[in-house]
Ligand binder design. Structure first.
Ligand code: ARG
Length: 553
């Protein structure tokens, strides 16, 4: 849309300046919208037109802008021409602006904004994005929650831009914890509990066996023995492990669904038990593996400028570590997906880990290490649920639902909802997601339920509220109004600014002043059209963020 207007301005300029329009289009930019004052829509920077402008002093540029402006004429597209500091400013005909934007929004639907010329030339890339990645039988903590929210958004965004995205969950499903779990399950596990609430039950066993192991060394011994059985591939031990894993994933899928998140692949550290042995051999054959006196093996990473930098890749008993498995996993994913980019989303505590993994891949000769990217984020402090610190994702969801339901109970329309719990959850989740994206990604923040669930300001609750209100307009007044659509009726400043911004606060202001109920049908129809377009854009943006827009609340 903006491209069309710019092209039309460039054509007129081209006649006056006798330059090809393509050369001019780059110098025309959209003017950032201001809430306080009315500004022009586009501006031409005279400075950028005169490339060898060194010999031109500022006042000279100003003169040139004025002289150029005098030569230009308003036309069907441009309704006003003025000058600013070294710029010529253009205001677009309001009726045309309204018509073009609204038509485009309605026509493009969920693709509005994405069909832009800016994106159409983008090559389609293969992107693997690994996020969430909790550890079986351990806490699903807020770091995992944040990884889920951020990773899902990045995946949505890449997908919307037309890339081929693989969403991957890399479970912590291997290691000593399974030795402890195996022993623990034999001592105080219940088949029934495992079936109906695996995450809870496995966690309980894990906590209890850790306690006992601290007091009784024989427990630790038998846990080690169990893990060794797993490592050597003992079928019986593996069968139990497999059940723990399968049941956990089944439950994860159910809970992620409440969050509106899905994965294409559930991978895990366990997949790389054997492959990491191959990685160790490979490192050795390349002369990169150094044995230490303790019997462990490390890779020298002093090439990065830090002389003491090493990464341990093998324990003294020959088994692999977290980093070794990540090497094996990266190589395996390259084989399988031949990705252009691989993104890992975890808290910033793992920054060094990923730096080292990427560096090792590089010195092993894998140039594609440069396609790997770690996206670190800050820590959320103080998130508590009724059951205390966050241990299960499900507790967070239940807490959100309960709190939001309480807040909504004072609102009249909530009582008419078909499924108030479900709505409350969607609204609450929107609140959580918006809160999470508010600050800068890498800074830590203190969590507060009251702040998150506020209904005023730039909050998720307000977004959902705006969406629901706009939706109910369409429902109340029906689509009959939407058949014809008279842009001349959309000339109030609130109309123009909501089109310029397409934001929810402005939509709320416009909603207050631009009535539908008491207006003649042609005005009502035009306004309804406007609000439908606003809602559509709002919904698209919310969905990208991972929010499910609600229609009533
Ligand atoms: N399971 C890990 C944890 O909870 C996160 C995994 C991150 N991904 C990776 N490829 N290492 O800390």
């Amino acid at each position: 849309m903006a491209c069309g207007f710019r092209r039309s301005i460039a054509r007129q300029l081209s006649r006056v300046l006798d330059l090809p329009p393509e050369n001019l289009i780059k110098s025309i930019s959209a003017v950032p919208i201001s809430k306080k004052q009315e500004v022009a829509d586009f501006q031409l920077s005279v400075d950028s037109l005169l490339k060898s402008s060194d010999d031109h002093s500022r006042p000279n540029i100003q003169d040139q802008a004025i002289r150029l402006a005098e030569k230009l004429k308003c036309d069907t597209v441009v309704s006003e021409i003025s000058t600013g500091e070294g710029t010529v400013n253009f205001k677009i005909n309001r009726e045309l602006l309204t018509k073009t934007v609204l038509q485009q929004v309605i026509e493009d639907g969920s693709k509005y904004g994405l069909k832009s010329e800016l994106f159409s030339g983008l090559p389609q890339k293969k992107i693997v994005i690994e996020f969430s990645s909790p550890n079986v039988a351990k806490k699903f903590h807020v770091g995992h929650l944040r990884s889920t929210i951020i990773g899902n958004f990045i995946a949505n965004l890449k997908e919307a831009l037309g890339h081929q995205v693989t969403r991957m969950n890399y479970l912590g499903d291997w290691g000593m914890q399974f030795g402890l779990l195996g022993t623990g399950f034999q001592l105080f596990g219940y088949e029934e509990k495992l079936q109906c609430n695996p995450l809870q039950h496995l966690f309980e066993i894990y906590v209890q066996i850790n306690k006992e192991a601290a007091e009784d060394e024989s427990i630790t011994k038998s846990a080690q023995k169990f893990f060794q059985r797993l490592e050597v591939g003992d079928l019986q031990a593996l069968a139990l492990w497999q059940r723990f894993r399968d049941l956990s994933i089944e439950e994860y899928i159910r809970i992620y669904k409440r969050l509106g998140v899905h994965f294409d692949e559930y991978s895990g550290e366990s997949f790389y038990r054997e492959k990491s042995q191959e990685v160790l051999k490979l490192l050795d054959s390349k002369g990169l593996l150094q044995k230490t006196i303790k019997g462990t093996a490390v890779v020298d990473l002093s090439g990065n400028g830090d002389p003491s930098s090493v990464c341990t890749v093998m324990r003294s008993d020959g088994t692999s570590l977290y980093a070794t498995r990540d090497l094996a996993a990266a190589i395996d994913r390259m084989d399988k997906y031949n990705f252009d980019t691989m993104i890992y989303v975890t808290d910033k505590g793992q920054r060094k880990h990923f730096q080292q993994v990427f560096q090792m891949l590089q010195i092993m000769g894998y140039d594609w290490a440069q396609r790997c990217q770690h996206i670190p984020f800050g820590v959320i402090r103080g998130m508590k649920t009724r059951r205390g610190d966050v241990t299960f994702l499900e507790d967070v969801l239940n807490e959100i639902q309960l709190r939001m339901l309480q807040n909504m109970s004072s609102v009249k329309t909530t009582k008419e909802l078909e499924n108030p719990k479900e709505t409350a959850e969607k609204v609450g989740l929107a609140a959580l997601i918006i809160q999470d994206f508010k600050g800068s990604l890498s800074s830590d923040y203190q969590f507060s339920w009251d702040r998150v669930l506020q209904s005023r300001g730039d909050t998720g609750v307000f977004l959902q509220y705006t969406h629901a209100r706009l939706h109910s307009l369409e429902e109340t007044f029906g689509c009959g109004y939407l058949d014809d659509f008279n842009t001349p009726y959309l000339q109030e400043p609130q109309c123009i600014s909501v089109i310029q911004h397409l934001l929810s606060h402005l939509a709320a202001v416009a909603h207050k002043t631009l009535h539908i109920r008491d207006s003649p049908p042609e005005v009502a129809g035009a306004r309804l059209h406007l609000f439908r377009a606003v809602r559509s854009v709002l919904a698209n943006g919310m969905k990208l963020l991972g929010i499910t827009p609600v229609c009533k609340m």
